[in-house]
Design a protein around this ligand. Structure first.
Ligand code: SAM
Length: 192
C-alpha cells in the first residue's frame, strides 16, 4: 500500500483519535513544501509526516516523554528514516535542549494537560514561519477538550494568527501565523 492508501485504511479503521486527520496532516506537509516540521507527541503521525517529507526533502523533529522504542505506534519505516530527529523527555522540561529550526508545520499532540499545552505552544511559537501552520489535536475531546481548547484560546489571544477547528475526530485546531514576516513559508507550486 502506498501512503495515501495507508491513510485511507487508517481512517476506515478509526482506531485512534487522529485517524480522520492523517490526510489533512499529509496535505499540510506537502502543500507547505515543508523543509522542517516539529511534533510534540509521536506515533502514527510521525509515520505520515515522514512519508510526506520524502516528497519535500524535509526533516522532522519529534519530542516525546515515551521513548520511540517503547511506543507501538512507531513504525519500522519511522525507525529507519534518516529524516527524523527524536528527543526523549517531557517537552516542558527539555525544550531548551532541543536543536530548533524555523518550521512550516508544527503538530501538537503531546501533553494533554492544559497548562503544559500552553507552555508548549508559547515555547514553539517563535519558531513558526509566517504562513506556517500550528495544529493542536483533541480540542473537542469529550473529557480533555475543555482544557485543550482553553489553552488554545489563551495562546491565540495575544498572537498575530488566524485559526479554525475541525469539529470531528476529537477536534483539530489549526492556526496560521501572520507574524514572523522575516521568515516566510516559500511556495513554488504552480499549475502545470
Ligand atoms: C496521543 S499520543 C500521540 C499520538 C500521535 N500523534 C499519533 O498520531 O499517533 C500522545 C503522546 O504524547 C506523549 N506525551 C505526553 N505528555 C508529554 C509531554 N509532556 N512531553 C512530551 N510528550 C508527551 C505521550 O508519551 C504519547 O506518546
Amino acid at each position: 500500500m502506498n501512503i495515501l492508501e495507508q491513510i485511507a485504511a487508517k481512517a476506515e479503521r478509526g482506531d485512534t483519535g487522529m485517524s480522520l486527520h492523517y490526510g489533512f496532516l499529509y496535505s499540510c506537509v506537502v502543500g507547505l513544501e515543508s523543509k522542517n516540521v516539529f511534533e510534540f507527541g509521536s506515533g502514527y503521525s510521525t509515520h505520515v509526516i515522514l512519508n510526506a517529507l520524502e516528497k519535500t526533502g524535509g526533516i522532522l523533529t519529534s519530542c516525546d516523554v515515551t521513548d520511540y522504542s517503547e511506543n507501538p505506534s512507531i513504525t519500522e519505516f519511522t525507525k529507519k528514516s534518516n529524516r527524523w530527529n527524536f528527543y526523549n523527555g517531557n517537552s516542558t522540561e527539555i525544550f531548551e535542549d532541543i536543536e530548533l529550526e524555523q518550521y512550516e508545520l508544527i503538530l501538537h499532540d503531546g501533553s494533554h494537560v492544559g497548562e503544559e499545552v500552553l507552555v508548549d505552544l508559547n515555547n514553539i511559537y517563535p519558531y513558526l514561519k509566517n504562513d506556517g501552520i500550528l495544529i493542536t489535536h483533541d480540542t473537542r475531546h469529550h473529557t480533555l477538550g475543555e482544557g485543550m481548547s482553553k489553552a488554545v484560546e489563551e495562546f491565540v489571544k495575544d498572537k498575530d494568527v488566524e485559526y479554525a477547528t475541525l469539529p470531528y475526530g476529537y477536534g483539530l485546531t489549526f492556526i496560521r501565523n501572520k507574524g514572523n514576516v522575516d521568515s516566510k513559508v516559500e511556495l513554488t507550486w504552480r499549475k502545470r
